[in-house]
Design a binder for this molecule. Sequence first.
Ligand code: SAH
Length: 392
Amino acid sequence: MTILPVIPTSPDQPDAVAIRRRPSMPPRHLADLDLAARKAAVTALGEPAFRAKQLSTHYFGRLVRDIDEMTDLPAATRARLTGDLLPTLLTPVRELACDDGATRKALWKLHDGALVESVLMGYPDRVTACVSSQAGCGMACPFCATGQQGLTRNLSVAEIVDQVVYLAGVAASGAVTGSPPRLSRVVFMGMGEPLANYPRVIEAVRRLTTPAPEGLGLSQRHITVSTVGLVPAMRRLTAEDLNVTLALSLHAPDDDLRDELVPVNQRWKVAEVLDAAFDYAARTGRRISIEYALIRDVNDQPWRADLLGKLLRNKLAHVNLIPLNPTPGSKWDASPKPVEREFVRRLRETGVSTTVRDTRGREIDGACGQLAAGELTEASAGGAAADAEVAQ
Ligand code: SAH
């Protein structure tokens, strides 16, 4: 780890200093590599190429993440491969369950001490994993706990994939009461801005959607990438050969308010970001999901519902209203239910399909903007977001 020069933190504290460390990426893991690269890696370690497939079948096919449980591999092979292909990326700090076991949150410590979270949500017909793409977040949305922490670093491909493989294993063990055992959906709605970690997130999506044993074999359509609206990256995503669902965190239909709620709007305005989202929908044929956290007396006025309806009318879009989950110390609160109902009614009146997201995980701080809040006092990473379920 490189230690950069000591710099004063602020003019108000001339004597204060901060040591800024360069973010440290984790060691390589097999989930960072495609099958060909895994073969090259095992051969470079003096093992036959078929070991790559063997490891992959354990990891992606059987959801075994610990090499010591791969007992058909000779002990010497395990010892040789573990550090180079299956290092521990996620160390559990705590795990919580609520909603009668249908929602489970895992808090992880990464190799450099950064904290991230993942949430597993079970429904009668499906199980969804909500994963983090960054430790912290640089987007600074004022209503989001992660946004208050700043960005620590991007997660690696394997750090993203390993969250999903872990949660898929939990689902497979039957731990999610009342749900099928197979994890079928992934939403990038945990900590971080996925499109700010573009190449790794795309690579992770490819790994998650490539059939086993190379990948996890999920359907692209069942993966949702949520963004604040980084227009160039949205356009890049449109050009990829991927059919993932795109969610856009709009939160306001007008630039004045969106400039405040989603600061990146100061760079890419509502019209531009919607244009990029509609182009994505047109190219993929997939309806975009417009995320809108309803905040009492901030963005919940009837005229804003009407304006949103006008912007989305006749478009391939669905509105997902999220009752605001207030972050500690925040001046903001969720809209009262009658206000929420009126907002929904007006949107539907314009013909825009609208649902209100359920608020999974609130009692375990697993809901949007709340993750890890109590664990962060001495950690470098930020609290995150995640009750994330996109209405279908
Ligand atoms: N950075 C991405 C993904 C992160 S969070 C994005 O912004 O889209 C997933 C969703 O949760 C986003 O729509 C985000 O705005 C929302 N969210 C964050 N904090 C929230 C809170 N306190 N209450 C309700 N929704 C919140």
